[in-house]
Design a protein around this ligand. Structure first.
Ligand code: BG6
Length: 494
């Protein structure tokens, strides 16, 4: 998004759960990237807070391993940037529920905060949600949570999963809201920071040609496809409690769907954008058991290597029915989309890793070329989120020659070919938004409620009826019944 908000004059960033993977591999490298691009204020410090005993020096060494020189090429320049950045990183050992430990953190922060400036204090909750309440309470007791106009402003960033269903999510929201106001709360979904996802609004609303076609009269279906060719990679303990529906579907895929299906916002004001997203999410009826297929990968050889099945991964109970794959058909009940299936599918342990949005247009009615060639293909707009970010449009073209023969060809925009320069990581973009106070790409409380309302009933049904997921071999295309679900809605599988 356009960063129209302002950068604070002084900034203290605290990462709670600073020794974890997310902090070390994503959050600190993103902060370093912002520093290299001169997007952090002159006066900033970063503080790690976690239980593992570590000195500042050890913490800096841990962070250093994952910092990259993308924006500061050249060994000497890069080293200088790293040294300055790391010297502004500090570590406080602390228990998450200990007010005394947060007092120590506060003292460490105040040591570096210029007394003469307004300081923005940003707390990134890089911890499991069951700790959110404790941490919020302790921050409050240590007097770190309040905004003091003219002196300091406080913001928190919280990561999904926000609960397991509508009621646990509401409980979490209530718990956090006892300490932090909605304007202070930034619920992050890192897919909204991905470059191509940010481009969805631009593609639709800054071009003339798509919007008149963007409706049930011209679009036959939409398929949002997400796949990974890896398993749970040491996160089975977390994953088994949530499953693919809560891990990526209810958030990442649904957010992309909202951006594809929503109406044009009044303007780019964060509230206007989020109003439209909420509106379209509320127009989606809750998924039922008839609209969904769930699967779980089994042991198989893939790319010359034997892979465990999900049930064979460390930390997964032998009788787990947690889905590692799901495909669901969503219906948007409004004038623009009535009757058009939105297929969203997501799986781990599949044959590729990609995220794509396929907009399948209808066939040309009474096509005059239908007689002279095999049935001309319908147009398709493909939005490639990752890898190989890009957009392509399939069109029918006459094959050069003396006969009339048609072939499907591609108008292809590849980001790598069209744009020079680094594509920022999603976390860089989103952290900058938090620092500047731009909430457009963060999930508002009512948006979260609407997203849970779509999936809560089916999650309860799947779990209370202990419906077993369909097995599929690791490295395959997912369960066969997903093909049947697609066929039922006349969707050609990818
Ligand atoms: C996370 C999920 O939100 O997104 C992971 O918890 C998933 O299971 C990850 O692997 C994918 O993110 P990305 O940016 O690598 O596509």
């Amino acid at each position: 998004m356009e960063h129209t908000m302002s950068t604070p004059s002084a900034l203290s960033i605290v990462v709670i759960g600073a020794s974890g993977d997310l902090a070390v591999k994503k959050i600190f490298p993103a902060l370093f990237a912002l520093y290299c691009r001169k997007l952090l204020p002159e006066s900033f410090t970063c503080h790690g807070f976690a239980r593992s005993p570590m000195s500042d020096e050890q913490f800096r060494n841990l962070l250093k391993e994952h910092l990259t020189c993308r924006y500061t090429p050249g060994e000497t320049a890069c080293r200088q940037y790293m040294d300055v950045f790391l010297n502004r990183c500090f570590y406080t050992i602390g228990r998450y529920d200990s007010v005394d430990d947060y007092q120590n953190l506060k003292a460490a922060m105040e040591k570096h905060e210029p007394a003469s400036m307004q300081v923005t204090r940003l707390f990134y909750f890089s911890i499991p949600p069951f700790l959110f309440g404790e941490v919020a309470k302790s921050l409050h007791a240590a007097k770190l949570s309040e905004d003091h106009p003219g002196k300091n402003a406080c913001r928190i960033v919280v990561e999904k999963p926000f609960g397991r269903d509508r009621s646990s999510s509401d409980a979490l929201t209530r718990e956090l809201s006892r300490v932090f106001t909605e304007p202070q709360t930034y619920r992050i979904d890192h897919y909204l920071g991905k470059e191509v996802v940010q481009n969805l609004m631009v593609l639709r609303f800054a071009n003339l040609i798509f919007e008149p076609l963007w409706n049930r009269n011209n679009i036959a279906h939409v398929h949002i496809y997400w796949s990974e060719d890896i398993g749970t990679e040491g996160r089975a303990g977390y994953f088994d409690k949530y499953g693919i529906l809560r891990d990526v579907m209810q958030n990442h895929l649904l957010q992309m769907l909202a951006l594809v299906a929503m109406e044009e916002p009044l303007n780019l004001n964060p509230e206007s954008v989020r109003n439209e997203k909420v509106k379209v999410l509320r127009a989606i009826s809750p998924v039922t058991l008839d609209d969904i297929v769930v699967g779980q990968y089994t042991a198989a050889e893939y790319q010359g290597k034997q892979h465990n099945g999900y049930l064979g991964e460390d930390g997964v109970p032998a009788d787990s029915i947690t889905p590692t794959y799901a495909a669901a058909v969503l219906k948007v009940h409004n004038r623009r989309w009535d009757g058009i299936p939105f297929l969203i599918s997501a799986g781990k342990g599949l044959h590729d890793r990609k995220t794509e949005i396929h907009i399948a247009f209808r066939h040309v009615p009474a096509n005059i070329f239908a007689a002279s060639t095999s049935i001309p293909a319908a147009n398709e707009l493909l939005i490639r989120v990752q890898p190989d970010a890009g957009i392509s449009l399939n069109i029918m073209t006459k094959v050069p020659g003396l006969r009339v023969a048609l072939r499907e060809t591609e108008l292809n925009l590849s980001y790598a070919a069209a744009f020079t320069g680094e594509i920022p990581d999603a976390y860089e973009s989103l952290l900058l938004d938090v620092i500047q106070g731009d909430k457009s790409l963060f999930i508002r409380a009512d948006e979260l409620e609407a997203a849970w309302d779509i999936f809560t009933p089916v999650l309860h049904d799947l779990e209370s009826c202990t419906i077993p997921p369909q097995p599929y071999p690791f490295g395959g295309h997912g369960p066969k019944s997903a093909l049947a679900l697609a066929a039922l809605h006349e969707i050609t599988p990818l």
